[in-house]
Design a protein around this ligand. Structure first.
Ligand SMILES: Nc1ncnc2c1ncn2[C@@H]1O[C@H](COP(=O)(O)OP(=O)(O)OP(=O)(O)O)[C@@H](O)[C@H]1O
Length: 368
């Protein structure tokens, strides 16, 4: 059993912005959580506090309902893997895998059994007599992972373990890690600045921004309903388009409208204005968020979309990037770059004037 709870946890290093700022986060026993955030957002700090390598300046960390702030790292039943694996250079792979068990006085036969099991799970059987310096980066990370799980910790903490590896290798290791988690069922907390990795790996994602926890949710929640413009702009590749606009609610009729630069105001659903806290007669600067795959483009000679729920703007095509299965088209909408992801068969010319079509039901709105 290992449920983890951070209760109003802050970690300060002197004056200035805290590395972690009043974070409340509950991680269920056996959960696979990805912690996502840019460099400096507090990800490593969060892991170090769970591992006991650092202590909160405010708040506390709880395991299974008990505060563990006084408990040293080696008594926390936690395994950790870092970005650069620190393997023992003079031990072979088997020796590295066994090291922790040996230190804990596990008998030789049992050590052999457990390392054999982990080696088989991670495809290390053929490498057991090799020294670390003869291994590739991916193999070394697999050994580090094996070493962390061989004593079956209740909690496994991973700090960007794949970030120095190339993309195909990363994708492969990610799948191995998910298999490993399915088989062993420990509580897994995986830290990354790579949004694709977080979406693929986490059953749930926690997003950090400058030490604050800004959203937790399933990958789908975080992608479809980002809690802020920061999350919208950080998750997705390319990320969500954020178009500056002004939202106003008519004092008399209560009708809501969005104004994008000099374009005709666009009628918005009434519920929307309420959802961003606008009352009658009020107006506010906002960002209109729409994912590249939800942007359509049409020729100026085509009929403007008549259906309700769709709005259009004239824009100029600035760049067309061929991506194999899709084309990314960047358009200029009154000075804002808007990216559309279109089917590979789309024919669009740079410099051409087109009509951008947005689906209001697929749009997000963020107060500026
Ligand atoms: N020992 C320390 N002394 C002073 N400041 C620190 C210390 N450790 C971390 N910080 C600061 O706390 C903030 C969060 O750091 P942290 O390493 O947790 O971020 P991170 O999200 O893991 O970043 P990265 O992805 O770059 O590793 C940063 O601004 C960092 O400079």
């Amino acid at each position: 059993m290992a449920a983890i709870e951070l209760r109003r946890v802050s970690r300060r290093h002197g004056a200035g912005r805290p590395a972690l700022d009043a974070v409340d986060l509950a991680i269920a026993d056996g959960e696979r959580l990805a912690v996502l955030g840019p460099s400096g957002s507090g990800k490593t700090t969060l892991l170090r506090l769970i591992a006991g390598l650092d202590r909160p300046t405010e708040g506390g960390v709880w395991f299974d309902g008990a505060c563990i702030d006084g408990v040293p790292p080696h008594r926390r039943d936690v395994g950790m893997v870092f970005q650069e694996p620190a393997l023992h250079p003079f031990l072979d792979v088997a020796g590295n895998l066994e090291f922790g068990l040996r230190a804990r006085g596990v008998a030789r036969a049992e050590r052999r059994r457990r390392t054999g099991e982990v080696a088989a799970m991670l495809g290390l059987d053929g490498l057991l007599t090799r020294r670390p310096y003869t291994l590739s980066g991916g193999e070394r990370q697999r050994v580090a992972l094996g070493r962390a799980v061989v004593r079956r910790p209740a909690i496994l903490l991973l700090d960007e373990p794949f970030s120095s590896l190339d993309l195909p290798l990363r994708a492969g290791l990610r799948r191995e890690l998910i298999d490993l988690h399915d088989r062993l069922g420990m509580t897994l907390v995986h830290v990354t600045h790579d949004q694709a990795e977080a979406l693929a790996l986490g059953r749930r994602i926690a997003v950090l921004d400058r030490g604050r926890l800004v959203q937790t949710g399933t990958p789908r929640d975080v992608y479809d309903r980002p809690a802020s413009a920061f999350v919208a702009g950080f998750v997705g590749s390319p990320p969500m388009n954020l178009i500056p606009c002004e939202i106003e609610v008519d004092a008399a009729s209560g009708d809501a409208r969005a104004v994008v630069a000099s374009h005709q105001p666009v009628r918005l659903p009434e519920a929307l204005a309420r959802s961003i806290g606008l009352n009658r007669g009020e107006r506010r600067n906002a960002s209109w968020g729409i994912r590249p795959e939800h942007v359509q483009i049409k020729g100026l000679d085509e009929e403007p979309p008549g259906e309700s729920g769709r709005v259009w703007f004239d824009a100029v095509v600035r760049r067309v990037e061929y991506q194999g299965e899709a084309v990314l088209v960047t358009l200029d909408l009154a000075g804002t770059a808007v990216v559309a992801r279109l089917a590979e068969s789309a024919r669009v010319d740079e410099g051409g004037k087109m009509r951008l079509v947005f689906d209001l039901a697929k749009s997000s709105w963020f107060p500026a």
